[in-house]
Design a protein around this ligand. Sequence first.
Ligand SMILES: C[S@@+](CC[C@H](N)C(=O)[O-])C[C@H]1O[C@@H](n2cnc3c(N)ncnc32)[C@H](O)[C@@H]1O
Length: 395
Amino acid sequence: MIIDELRIVGSTQTNVVMAAELVRIAQRALKRRPPEPRKEGLGQLVYPFDGDLAWAAVTYMRTPTRVLWDVYRTQANRLEPLFDELMVDIRGDTRKLWRDGDGISVEARRVEEFAAGERQVIGTVKNALLEGSGRRGARLHVDPHRPTTRWVARLDENGELVVSIDLGGGSLSQRGWRREAGEAPLREHLAAVLLMLARFDPRRDTLVDPMCGSGTIPIEAVHAARAMPREAPTLAVLGLARDAAPLFADSSPLVIGCDLDLEVLAAARDNARAADVTAQVVWQRADVANLRPDIIHDIARERGRTIESGLILCNPPYGERLDEQDLVKLYGALAQTCLRFSRAPDSRELPRWRACFLTASPILEEVFYDVIGRPRVKKPLANANLRAYFYLYEL
Ligand SMILES: C[S@@+](CC[C@H](N)C(=O)[O-])C[C@H]1O[C@@H](n2cnc3c(N)ncnc32)[C@H](O)[C@@H]1O
């Protein structure tokens, strides 16, 4: 069956964040609100296909890992009917999904339940695409390394096979600036999710990542604040490309990345250079135990800035390399630092800070309970397949 849907795929438990991000982007880039999406599972949104919305999603969204155009769906559960149904669909499809001479690649995801192996599913979809388009007068060939379009076949929630075009041409999480990884880098789209959950407001918030590692959160914060466009050649191939400029080109939040480890800070600087945000981020060697508000205020003053409100945001080490005692000590130091940033309820002069963390260790919440109190927000959020939580504390 020919279908026409825009599918936005992200990490589990990020549906709400992705939908909110697309509303913001569509309102700014298209001057309209997208329709309410259908939610599939905890990490997929489905919209009726709309070329402008697809362009805006691929070009500006930062929280998903993929943006797909679902084009065919079939209940076939064996290879032969799969091929036959796809042939009928492709031959009757009037959309311009390929051009003569295009190279394609086909990948399969989550097809374990299909009554044939992954390689066979890939082969059948590929053959149907080559033969079906051939009958319509276009010669496609397979080019796994530099395809013009990437096709994806996967089973959906109902066990139906959906064939899609990957509009971003691969994982959107890789932004292209990472030169050095550090020890346990946060995936870029998750940094964007954290910034959304932390309600980072670049017009007001100074951002401090006290354990920045390779710099993912600070770099992502600058790009997210400006809504930097992403280049996606597939959009041009499909006639979906539009002129794209940063949506908030003059946004220039004060962003500070600190870490104890000098080597990792050098890696963060290299990454910042590649991401073209050297002038926007201040890197500072500091043990989180010694980080004080006056250090941050001095940095702001040197840059001619005043701090209206602040956000401390990081994914601290969570225990694969540290034992429980080390974690209690480290999270204790983090909590004491947050306490130094907190302001008396009646004080109006000092900026108000929030502190947000992603960790897979329950020790953070226990330690913070004694020093800061309960989190305002606690939300499950997987990090690299680990059961983790996002915490937001008002300081
Ligand atoms: C999980 S990593 C952060 C990864 C980072 N978000 C990234 O994307 O690369 C934790 C970082 O905390 C830093 N760290 C550990 N103890 C610290 C301390 N006492 N003060 C400051 N940084 C510390 C480590 O050097 C490491 O870079």
